[in-house]
Design a protein around this ligand. Structure first.
Ligand SMILES: [Mn+2]
Length: 244
């Protein structure tokens, strides 16, 4: 089985409300471990992530330990970053052995072609956001950030995460959904499945030649995720696994 999830946004809101998401994700990782061969995280696992040469955000250690356990059990994990959790250096790669991917993924699983993207920058009129993203992810901005005290730096990072949310949330998706149109384009190029997150709206759209799934989010329960069993891709909820 290959599992996909996105938009858990760990670190969002009060510590108490965040613990609910954290516990659910821990139970989810535990529940899928027996049959999971590969886990693909499709962005915004964290509401903010910013690391220094010797410091990482402290509230995420249980999740990091759980991912480390899965990886040690031989489960391949791919972590595609989103518009919130982009401040990575080498911690995931070096300490956990989990690659952090900065670009969309194209891969073939059991003969099916998958196109996987977080989804930011895919809506219409997203040029302003793409510029903001280029600045935030710029190597020099990240270097300058390194000189700030971590408490201040992470406070700023969670602030820019808020700005990113406000920016992308205020997008008018009502007339046409740029993500869905993007998915349709990819399917017409020959992909069987397109998987994205970011919109916080779980969706399954069947086109003539393929299917688009938006993974939804973990900010309300039950949380949503997708599973590919080698034949079909399904959108599921944590309630389907007996978790709520
Ligand atoms: Mn996002």
């Amino acid at each position: 089985m290959v599992y996909f999830f996105s938009d858990v946004h760990l670190g969002l809101g009060s510590r108490e409300s965040d613990r609910i998401r954290e516990q659910l994700l821990l139970r989810f990782l535990n529940a899928i471990a027996p049959d999971c061969e590969r886990l693909i995280i499709v962005g915004d696992l964290f509401d903010y992530w910013f690391e220094y040469s010797s410091v990482t955000p402290k509230y995420f250690f249980r999740i990091l330990a759980a991912l480390d356990d899965l990886h040690k059990k031989g489960i391949k994990i791919d972590y595609l970053i989103g518009n919130h959790d982009f401040g990575h250096q080498d911690f995931f790669e070096k300490e956990l052995g989990i690659p952090v991917l900065h670009n969309d993924i194209s891969l073939t699983l059991d003969g099916k072609k998958f196109y996987i993207a977080h989804g930011d920058g895919k809506a219409y009129n997203d040029t302003g956001y793409l510029i903001l993203r280029a600045i935030l992810r710029n190597k020099l901005s990240i270097k300058l950030f390194q000189w700030l005290h971590p408490d201040f730096g992470i406070w700023l990072a969670s602030g820019s995460s808020h700005a990113s949310r406000t920016y992308t949330d205020e997008k008018d998706y009502s007339e046409r959904d740029g993500l869905q149109d993007f998915a349709e384009k990819k399917i017409n190029e020959g992909y069987d499945y397109v998987i994205m997150g970011h919109r916080h709206h779980a969706t399954v759209v069947h086109f003539e030649r393929g299917t688009y799934i938006n993974l939804g989010h973990w900010l309300a329960l039950p949380a949503t995720f997708a599973r590919f069993d080698g034949v079909k891709l399904e959108l599921m909820t944590t309630a389907d696994l007996g978790l709520s």
